[in-house]
Design a binder for this molecule. Structure first.
Ligand code: 3H9
Length: 697
């Protein structure tokens, strides 16, 4: 088999080239190839060695597909020690995304030259890991402890210039990296530059108190994740132990994490996110339509956020409102948001201005005639949406894609209001749309393949994570949210306080508790939706009586200063409110419920298993293409802890048999809305995990 690593000598410089598309990950063959080449350099006539990569990037890390499998020699830390030990100067030439084990490889080389566009960093924490091939020992020797910890704890890459400032890169060039690296190598040889081994550098002495403070800070930021804390332990080893011992400790801690459930969950999410972007039956290179200009109908919070997402990615945007006044209001919110981005240092003044200038306002549908894509983002009134789509059908050019941002409505019915249902689909953004990563792409019965392929690819351009959903009430995310919120409300009326419920869920890892989410979204939304339904379709009154009573008192949530909680008018701080408990007790008594103590374990199981059970139905019905898609929706759109892998992965971790037995117990205690999803029963009977089942589909 051909090795992904080649070696040649160019003008007395040995050049090791890694060519392992797509991202030059350090697979077993790559590690073996580099090691072989390093061995060759020991005795050939090369005077220095350059390690570089073909394709779009330098090594972007260890090969994650090999994680969880028995490791094969040469192990990466040993290979890197071998590179560092070379008696000839070794130079890493960096471009693209130099990440994780890739950057550790570079740090084991004696010198580093980088293209100015290169980005370097350690994303391992995002996989529930930390740099496990010497990174925790070498980085502090180059940058000092605090900068090293920040780089490894954030997981975010930095640019070449900043890396040079920190001492991680020696030379930055603007083009022809290969040539520049060869010249740099020749210069180093000519000047008799020393072999500079990172391991030999001294580590700055740091007071123990600094580590104590960093640990407290990381524990707060990590919210349940253990990897950042283990990383800190490993970095401390760089201060307290000789290099080799520090390496051994790093390796032991790294393996502990690799075998743990958090890393398994985060690795699952990494691959699930990439798989979710793929549509079964559509080739990767499916035909796509050209999108350059985007129309947005509605300048409210959603419309404005969507407009910003496109403008930030370089698209020309026309935002349509009903009249000048509404348009002004919408544009001024956008101005304010850009102002906020500048204040928070997310954008420079110039960048914010460039993006803002891409958004034009309009009040006339004719202004959308030339748009390649139009997204409707008005409030949830099905009739209004149909009227808008009929108008769009009249004005938009042939081939324009027409999308609705509806959270619940029937996309097929909206498409039927046009004479071109093949061009219509749902693009369900999450609020605030310029920040939240998730995009549910709703495929209508008649949506054309090229429309779908275009929007899935477009999502990546506007830095969203797309997941395809079929048409059903609430699509994937909000449909599952229904039973989850129902259980939250039931726990409330049966005995818990709002803060019992929210605290239990937050301590379990959810970004927010369900009742706080209700207050944030506005309790009147559900109230109005229920009011539009016949009484027999509104569900169990126990699951909405308290919320409706609050709305009837004018407690609509955060926007009215009170809902399940009160909010301090100045600080907006959430406060428990005894008045709410009185209402809960009153409604419970009216419904004949004797309130009882509900422990946190029951709260968590009821809410999470409600998600799991509905998710299984969604998978079975084909609304989601695969269980992993649901996990991506929940992690990116609903604050589900990524380190638990999403509701479907979590169910597999717990064990489906255990999940089924708890659901059956709830069915006996609380009623048939807990009937288990048929797929759950089937998988338990067949003794399959969801992941095994999904792999067979
Ligand atoms: C590590 O290094 C541990 C060490 O410290 C210690 C070891 C002892 N492995 O994201 P894309 C695949 S941990 C295997 O769409 P982009 C990916 O699945 C690692 N496969 O491209 C996808 O496959 P497919 C630390 C990988 O241009 C394809 O490549 N490194 C890996 O948007 C394209 O990916 C990281 O965590 C990998 N490491 O973004 C970096 N990386 O086409 C993880 C990617 O079949 N990777 N693939 O779906 C990334 O962040 C992005 O992929 C990157 C490119 C920024 C590189």
């Amino acid at each position: 088999m051909n090795s992904p690593v080649s070696y040649e000598i160019v003008d007395s410089i040995g050049v090791i080239t890694v060519d392992n598309p797509p991202v030059n990950a350090l697979s077993h063959a790559v590690r073996e190839g580099i090691l072989d080449a390093i061995h060759v350099t020991k005795s050939d006539e090369s005077r220095a060695v350059v390690i570089l990569c073909a394709g779009r990037t330098f090594i972007a890390g260890a090969d994650i597909t090999e994680f969880g499998k028995p490791p094969l020699e040469p192990y990466l830390p040993d290979l890197l020690n071998e590179i560092e030990a070379s008696e000839k100067v070794v130079i890493a030439a960096l471009h693209g995304t130099v990440l994780g084990g890739g950057f550790e490889t570079a740090l084991a080389c004696h010198y580093r030259i980088a293209l100015d566009s290169a980005k370097v960093g350690f994303p391992e924490v995002k996989l529930g890991l930390f740099p496990g091939a010497g990174g925790t020992q070498r980085v502090p020797r180059l940058t000092g402890i605090e900068a090293a910890v920040e780089l490894m704890a954030s997981g975010n890459p930095i640019g070449a210039a900043q890396a040079a400032d920190l001492g991680l890169v020696d030379k930055v060039v603007s083009d022809d990296l290969r040539q520049a690296a060869l010249e740099y190598a020749a210069d180093l040889v000519a000047s008799g530059a020393p072999i500079r081994r990172t391991r030999d550098l001294d580590v700055e002495a740091v007071d123990d108190g600094v580590f104590v403070a960093m640990q407290a800070e990381l524990a707060k930021r990590a919210r349940g994740q253990i990897a950042p804390l283990k990383m800190l332990e490993a970095v401390k080893g760089a201060v307290t132990m000789p290099f080799e011992e520090g390496l051994l400790q790093e390796r032991a801690l790294f393996w502990e994490l690799m075998q743990g459930s958090q890393s398994r969950a985060l690795r699952h999410i990494f691959f699930a996110e990439r798989e979710a972007a793929k549509i079964k039956g559509l080739p990767r290179d499916a035909t796509r339509r050209e999108i350059q200009s985007v129309g947005i109908i509605g300048g409210g919070t959603m419309g404005g956020g969507i407009a910003m997402s496109f403008a930030n990615a370089g698209f020309a945007v026309t935002m349509l409102e009903i009249d000048d006044e509404a348009l002004e209001r919408g544009l001024s919110i956008i101005d304010r948001n850009y102002g906020g981005s500048v204040k928070r240092g997310k954008l420079s003044e110039d960048q914010a201005k460039t993006c803002r200038d891409r958004i034009a306002g309009a009040t006339d549908y004719a202004s959308l005639a030339d748009c390649d894509l139009v997204i409707e983002a008005v409030f949830e009134d099905p009739q209004l949406k149909k009227t808008i789509f009929a108008k769009l059908d009249g004005v938009c050019k042939d081939g324009a894609i027409l999308a609705t941002n509806t959270s619940y409505q029937d996309v097929d019915a909206i498409a039927a209001a046009t004479g071109r249902p093949q061009d219509v689909l749902g693009m369900h953004f999450f609020s605030p749309a310029h920040i939240m990563k998730l995009l549910e792409v709703v495929r209508g019965a008649k949506t054309a393949d090229d429309v779908l392929a275009t929007v899935m690819a477009l999502a990546k351009k506007i830095r969203k994570v797309p997941v395809m959903s079929g048409v059903c009430y609430g699509f994937i995310g909000n449909r599952m949210l229904g039973p989850y919120m129902r259980e939250g409300q039931l726990c409330l009326i049966e005995g818990s306080t709002p803060s019992d419920i929210d605290t239990a869920m937050q301590e379990w890892g959810m970004a927010m508790g369900p009742l706080s989410v209700g207050d944030l979204a506005g309790l009147d939304i559900g109230y109005k939706a229920r009011a539009a339904l016949p009484v027999e379709e509104r569900g169990d009154p126990k699951s909405y009586r308290v919320s409706d009573a609050l709305v009837e008192m004018g407690r609509l949530g955060q926007k009215s200063g009170a809902g399940f909680y009160s909010y301090d008018p100045e600080t907006r701080k959430k406060l428990s409110d005894p008045a709410v408990l009185e209402i809960v007790e009153r409604e419970a008594a009216a419904l004949g419920i004797e309130r009882r103590n509900i422990d946190a374990g029951e709260i968590v199981d009821r809410l999470i298993y409600a998600l799991v059970n509905e998710g299984l139905k969604i998978v079975e019905e084909g609304i989601a293409q695969r269980p992993g898609d649901i996990d991506v929706v929940y992690v990116y759109g609903y604050g589900f802890p990524a380190w638990r892998g999403g509701p479907m992965h979590y169910a597999d971790e717990v064990g489906l048999e255990k999940v089924l037995s708890r659901i059956n117990e709830f069915r006996q205690r609380f009623g048939d809305h807990w009937a288990p999803a048929p797929l759950l029963v089937q998988l338990v009977e067949e003794d399959l995990t969801l992941a095994e089942w999904a792999a067979r589909q």
